[in-house]
Design a protein around this ligand. Structure first.
Ligand SMILES: CC(=O)N[C@H]1[C@@H](OP(=O)(O)OP(=O)(O)OC[C@H]2O[C@@H](n3ccc(=O)[nH]c3=O)[C@H](O)[C@@H]2O)O[C@H](CO)[C@@H](O)[C@@H]1O
Ligand SMILES: C=C(OP(=O)(O)O)C(=O)O
Length: 416
């Protein structure tokens, strides 16, 4: 099993190119199920989750051609409407085939994703929405069986804001008969990116970027070309790395308008930011100042950046509070951080961090994707060697993180 060996204490200097967003690429690849035409996608990140999604989509009969970050899909020969447990268990986003398969082919059999390290993560809202559109849904043997000759538009109010729930229902609604209104829709930039692709395929969607999406179903969708939005979570992760380790880096191929809250927090930490049209320069030459925050849905502070910002707080010049409101178990990194000499205590969904002057390297274990990233950041700031185990979590969502970090001067290598 691969591990990352980090010798901390190096300043980070240079340029890093940000990849396409995992959380946009995954639903967008599933949109290939909605049309018999060609979808030509660029800026598709080279991630394990993308490879898993392509494997899953190939099993349905979808044709996939991949040339680096360019992926062309053709859905004219799909004849299997299933997502098996073996693939779904490794990637929850597999649930995103449910809406498109049901909408275009009238049936789908998708394994229930189950929980994961960060929480129980039910998909009841996906099911409730599809039922409102007329789908007959049964659960048997760990699988969701969904049937409906033709989905019908409906007004759907989800109990909470759900990102993949909104995406699944959006992809179902574009081929449903009549009007669907999705109230309480997620506004994450990745949802918006999917909506723009669907419009390019001929879908009729109003309210893109708001919490009320109004969709007029169309009989069929055609092919389209689309450049996947850049990954704001990857971008923020590297900015946190420089906040913790110090240095002067410029991230490129990034959007600068979709993570204001994170940029504000970085400034509060003492990072000097210069923002261009598609780049951000971050300079840090002081001990970080502590920042207190609570995670919420977009445009609030993203749960997917919680662990990385906590990693910077570990060495801040004072105390901070981090409150997680989206997932019930997203503090698995805390015990590992404490092994590096951090001082964190947890009370309910709030972590209290007492900044220490210096972390000391140690072997640590990654428990989920962003926890892994946070341990890498802590390792870059720590004195001595940190060995991060179970980095298959990291590879799910970061394109060769150690290569990008080495290129800006980090002492980090992948070991077997
Ligand atoms: C592939 C992808 O895009 N993953 C992102 C997506 O996950 P995902 O779409 O799974 O997360 P959701 O937005 O659905 O989850 C938000 C909250 O709603 C709950 N919930 C959700 C659906 C449902 O049917 N019932 C229910 O109770 C969840 O357990 C969680 O507590 O959004 C999360 C929140 O920004 C991010 O951390 C993930 O990186
Ligand atoms: C939680 C995440 O992803 P997923 O929903 O794919 O598990 C994440 O990207 O941090």
């Amino acid at each position: 099993m691969d591990k990352l060996l980090i010798t901390g204490g190096k300043r980070l200097v240079g340029d890093i190119k940000i990849s396409g967003a995992k959380n946009a690429a995954l639903p967008i690849l599933c949109a290939g199920l909605l049309t018999a035409g060609d979808l030509e996608l660029t800026n598709v990140p080279l991630l394990h989750d993308v490879a898993t999604m392509l494997k899953l989509l190939r099993q349905t009969g979808l044709s996939v051609e991949q040339d680096g970050e360019k992926v062309t899909l053709n859905g004219s020969k799909i004849d299997k409407y299933e997502a098996p447990y073996e693939l779904v268990k490794t990637m929850r986003a597999s649930i995103l085939v449910l809406g498109p398969l049901l909408a275009r082919f009238g049936e789908a059999k998708v394994s229930l994703p189950g929980g994961c390290a960060i929480g129980s993560r039910p998909v009841d809202q996906h099911i409730k929405g599809l039922q409102a559109m007329g789908a007959e849904i049964t659960i048997d043997g760990g699988y969701i069986y969904a049937k409906c000759k033709k989905l019908k538009g409906a007004r759907i109010v989800t109990d909470m804001i759900t990102v993949t729930g909104t995406e699944n229902l959006l992809m179902a609604a574009v081929l449903a008969e009549g009007e669907t209104v999705l109230e309480n829709a997620a506004r994450e930039p990745e949802v918006t990116d999917l909506a723009h692709l669907l419009v390019a395929m001929g879908a009729k969607i109003e309210g893109i970027g708001t919490d009320r999406l109004v969709i007029q179903g169309v009989a069929e969708l055609h092919g389209a070309k689309h450049d996947v939005i850049s990954d704001r979570i990857e971008a923020a992760t590297f900015l946190c790395a420089v906040a913790a380790a110090g240095g002067d880096i410029t991230i490129r191929n990034t959007r600068t308008d979709i993570f204001d809250v994170a940029l504000d927090k970085l400034r509060e930490m003492g990072v000097e930011l210069t923002v261009g049209d598609n780049w951000i320069r971050a300079q840090m030459d002081q001990r970080p100042k502590p920042v207190t925050f609570r995670t919420t849905e977009y445009p609030g502070f993203p749960t997917d950046m919680q662990a990385q910002f906590m990693a910077v707080n570990l060495i801040a010049s004072g105390g901070s509070r981090v409150t997680e409101t989206i997932f019930e178990n997203r503090f698995m990194h805390v015990q590992e951080m404490n092994r590096l000499g951090a001082k964190i205590s947890i009370d309910g969904n709030t972590a209290y961090i007492d900044g220490v002057e210096q972390l000391i390297g140690a072997p640590v274990m990654a428990t989920d994707l962003r926890a892994s990233a946070s341990l890498v950041i802590a390792g870059l700031a720590a004195k001595g060697e940190t060995l991060v185990d179970r980095i298959y979590h990291l590879d799910r969502g970061y394109d060769r993180m150690e290569v990008k970090l080495s290129a800006v001067g980090a002492n980090i290598t992948r070991v077997k």
